[in-house]
Design a protein around this ligand. Structure first.
Ligand code: XIL
Length: 370
């Protein structure tokens, strides 16, 4: 069990990080270091008020050391999903997720909780469950209250953002905006499940930032425009009903066909216009079928990473930038080498591109606190 001690340690680390941010702000203001700089991503991001991070496992050795050195935020890649945390109706198992949260605390990092309501990673008792609607609502509320309540009680101030609802908008070809995805939650509760989940989440931890998270809106193709429009309609409708949503997470599982910068800037601006924060939550950039076979692939990959970061830095409401796994050795798309470190944990051109973009960046106005 945990005592109040970790929270005190965390507060102390936060204070020293705030100090670091100020020092770095001065340094970056004086002269932008060149590509040979060995400043970490988190140190480069701090003066910009940007949390930078990765999905992680509770790893050891160089994997852990790299995560602690480079990032100020982490997301457990799988261990906060329903099948892991809540495998039986009356069983909550926080063991695996706790290892990630403790790793975060050891490194003075904050955590994005991922994810409370999703069609994936459902335990059998849910996917095969047969309950009346009221019982589904009770299950949803109890899950959200128990999970968020656990982190709020045991690790206060550490899990600062939650992906409350993940991937609720359907894929569709367009041109009409996409509707809701056909999921267990939609079938069992109806479209109200989304509003309910956010309300339950606000109730469970009023200080956490609550996110809607989705993929496939970022490319500018007709299907992506239709999904973007579907997502924006959904969000606007929820906000009009007073549903407590703080931000939108954009996943960005993409490839070398880079999203156009003006489209991205517009997407981020449309979200900001709803008075919502926008976060890059799961960026990875697949090299394609034969990673490394084509000359210039790594440079192209670097350019895509840089473009997405640039879009985030260009939008004042974008203050979180996360990659989905940082090493090709542990990526869910390992065969396509989509990460910023190679499988030996050596930085790739994409890493250097991100760091240089952070170091060279000047944001208009004063640096914003998170
Ligand atoms: C993925 C994990 O990376 C895999 O290890 C797992 O097998 C499946 O889920 N969108 C999301 C993430 O929101 O939770 C998914 O993570 C990737 C797509």
């Amino acid at each position: 069990m945990f005592t109040a001690r970790p929270a005190i340690v965390w507060a102390a680390i936060s204070l020293s990080l705030a100090g670091l941010a100020l020092v770095q702000a001065g340094a970056a203001g004086a002269a932008a270091p060149g590509p040979s700089s060995n400043v970490s991503l988190r140190a480069a991001a701090a003066p910009l008020g940007l949390g930078i991070g990765s999905a992680v496992y509770a790893g050891a050795g160089d994997y852990r050391a790299t995560a602690l050195r480079e990032f100020s935020m982490v997301t457990p890649e799988n261990s906060m999903k329903w099948a892991v945390l809540h495998p039986q109706p009356a069983v909550f198992d926080f063991h695996a997720a706790d290892q990630v949260v403790r790793m975060a605390m050891d490194g003075g990092m904050r955590v994005r909780g991922h994810t409370l309501v999703w069609h994936g990673s459902l335990p059998d008792w849910l996917s095969q469950g047969d309950f009346p609607r009221e019982e589904w609502i009770r299950i949803l509320r109890q899950h959200i209250a128990t999970v968020m309540g656990y982190y709020r009680a045991h690790y206060p101030g550490v899990v600062v953002q939650w992906d409350v609802v993940n991937e609720a908008v359907a894929d569709c070809p367009g041109p009409r905006p996409c509707g809701l995805r056909d999921t267990l939650w939609l079938r069992k509760i109806g479209p109200e499940y989304i509003a309910m989940a956010f309300r339950f989440a606000r109730e469970a931890d009023p200080s956490a930032k609550l996110y809607y998270n989705d993929y496939g809106t970022e490319s500018g193709y007709p299907s992506a425009i239709a999904k973007r429009d579907g997502m924006l309609l959904l969000l606007a409708g929820l906000l009009a009903q007073g549903v407590p949503i703080d931000g939108v997470g954009l996943q960005f599982h993409i490839g070398l066909g880079a999203p156009a910068s003006d489209y991205l800037a517009d997407l981020f601006q449309r979200i900001a216009a709803l008075k919502l924060d926008v976060a890059v939550t799961e960026l990875d950039v697949a090299l394609g079928a034969a990673p490394g076979a084509q000359p210039g692939q790594l440079q192209q990959q670097a350019a895509v990473y840089r473009d997405v970061l640039e879009a985030c830095l260009g939008q004042p409401r974008c203050r979180t930038f996360m990659v989905w796994g940082f090493t090709d050795a542990a990526s869910w798309r390992a065969a396509e080498a989509p990460c910023i470190f190679d499988s030996q944990l050596q930085p790739k051109p994409a890493y250097v591109a991100l760091r240089d973009e952070l170091l060279q960046r000047r944001r208009p106005g004063p640096a914003r606190a998170r």
